[in-house]
Design a binder for this molecule. Structure first.
Ligand SMILES: [Zn+2]
Length: 258
């Protein structure tokens, strides 16, 4: 029993005053400014909430460390650690000599993100996401999912002279892959991606890029991607979608310099 107790105490000390538990408890607190815990994790959670809720907005200067320390009844070292956490989460920036400033601009609305996301940035997100989407489609896709992919493929291949039609079905082809993951969050994220693709910045690019010969090349890639997923070759599928998107990226770079 004695050994047990010693071990538990050591574990708690090593965690820095039971850090995880304190943080979780603090995150369940309502967003008032009453200190809810004195560990740096709890204080960071508290300040984070104040920033997220707009008590402090971007550009605001936080009170000096000494003042925050007094308010929370904590040491300046603890406050410094808490601020360091917020800095790592990119919620504040600290300038030696001039103080601590909030740099969180609040959750941007969907429209605003569509507005500020360039086609190139969109491709970057797709490159991060879609290779894994096709891998998951290999794992979880059903025959029915694959029929939806094939349907989109048929439409794509019938639209080589019509870039509007192609664009529309290209979105649906990639969406059908996302649906084949059976992961609701991926599907939801992919919907957002397609929303942004429908946005004006893209439309300008489409006219420049989507010539019939280029559409035909993209469709060869689409078919290869489908076939790899359909024969459950995850590595090939991931590689093919990566090069598909890398080519789209190159085309965008080319179109931007036109
Ligand atoms: Zn495509």
């Amino acid at each position: 029993m004695k050994t047990e107790r010693v071990r538990l105490n050591t574990a708690r000390d090593a965690n820095g005053n039971g850090g995880d538990v304190a943080t979780l408890a603090a995150e369940r607190q309502p967003p008032d400014l009453t200190p809810s815990g004195r560990g740096s994790g709890a204080i960071a959670a508290h300040l984070r909430r104040a920033i997220m809720n707009g008590v402090y907005t971007s550009g605001d200067q936080l009170p000096p460390e000494r003042e925050i320390a007094r308010k929370f009844g904590a040491s300046r070292t603890t406050i410094r650690n808490a601020l360091h956490m917020l800095e790592e989460q990119q919620l504040i920036s600290r300038k030696i000599g001039s103080g601590t400033f909030v740099k969180y601009v609040g959750a941007r609305g969907d429209e605003e993100i569509a507005e500020v996301t360039s086609p190139l940035e969109l491709i970057e997100v797709r490159l991060a996401l879609e290779p894994h989407i096709v891998r998951l489609a290999v794992l979880h896709g059903t025959a029915r999912d694959m029929r939806a992919v094939v349907e989109a493929l048929g439409e794509l291949e019938a639209s080589e002279a019509d870039h509007e039609h192609f664009s529309q079905w290209d979105q649906r082809f990639h969406m059908a892959m996302a649906l084949a993951t059976h992961n609701p969050l991926i599907v939801s994220i992919y919907r957002r991606i397609n929303d942004i693709r429908g946005h004006a910045q893209w439309n300008k690019m489409k006219d420049k890029i989507l010539m019939p010969a280029r559409i035909a090349e993209y469709n060869v890639e689409h078919r290869a991607i489908f076939e790899a997923v359909n024969r459950r070759d995850a590595d090939a599928a991931a590689q093919l979608i990566t090069s598909h998107l890398m080519e789209a990226r190159q085309d965008l770079l080319g179109a931007q310099s036109m």
